[in-house]
Design a protein around this ligand. Sequence first.
Ligand SMILES: C[S@@+](CC[C@H](N)C(=O)[O-])C[C@H]1O[C@@H](n2cnc3c(N)ncnc32)[C@H](O)[C@@H]1O
Length: 260
Amino acid sequence: MENKFFKKDYSLLYDVIYSKKNYKAEANLISQIIKKFHTPNIKILDIGCGTGEHTLELLKKGYKVTGIDFSNEMLKIAKKKLLSNKLYSNNLFNLNAYDVNKLEVKFNVILMMFNVIGYLDDVHFFFEKLKDCLEPNALVFFDYWSEKAVKKNPPKTTKKEFLYKDFKATRISKGKIIKNKVKVDLILNIIKENKTKSFDETHNVGFYDIRSLVKTIQKLGYKKKNIGLNKFEKIINSKSQWEKFCLLKYEKKKIFSTKS
Ligand SMILES: C[S@@+](CC[C@H](N)C(=O)[O-])C[C@H]1O[C@@H](n2cnc3c(N)ncnc32)[C@H](O)[C@@H]1O
């Protein structure tokens, strides 16, 4: 399967670029939310698990976690990470989110963390497929870029430098709104021993008006839960403040038989 984003070079830099992201604090908050709704003995699916940070933190807490991602390169890093933490890595699969039903397992909690939903073009189709993997009252937790926030604070060109053990990396990010997406052109340079290696990726990331998104999927049985997710927005602490969080509960309707 060929993915357009998160190829080898970018995947190898991913954990360096996001080294300040507080995955541990996020996993703690996710665990607090889970405990409000479920007993600890539940199954979690981390869709778009990437380099496996949430998967790792939740496994450490004793949850049963499966991860899927369509980037084999990101998964390779996740697998190494789990193994180096003496955890099994046979719970990570190279799978497109649209094929989630191929897992043939049902989960109590679905995570799509760090804007995985922004990479999905057909959200309705995805949530339709996801139903096959959901236990009754399953939770779906995700973050997304808010349309209102993106339009209020439009994308800019940014340049960031990252220092790592024996190399320096720079990332230039140029964002542009095109219809309901931000087209992000990334140029990355890795400078090691006075030699520079450059590569680029373009990420087309969707933003959402959460009310319309929820409206399109509520007929499938998903209901939005308003439980004050502002703690998440605080720990994310991004300058753009585009990121918002959403919790859905899958409230499968009972089918009443007409037979007497
Ligand atoms: C911004 S990264 C987030 C990774 C991880 N969840 C985190 O919090 O660091 C988005 C991830 O979603 C994955 N992804 C995007 N579209 C996908 C799809 N259709 N199916 C599976 N994975 C997908 C990418 O490969 C990437 O690893």
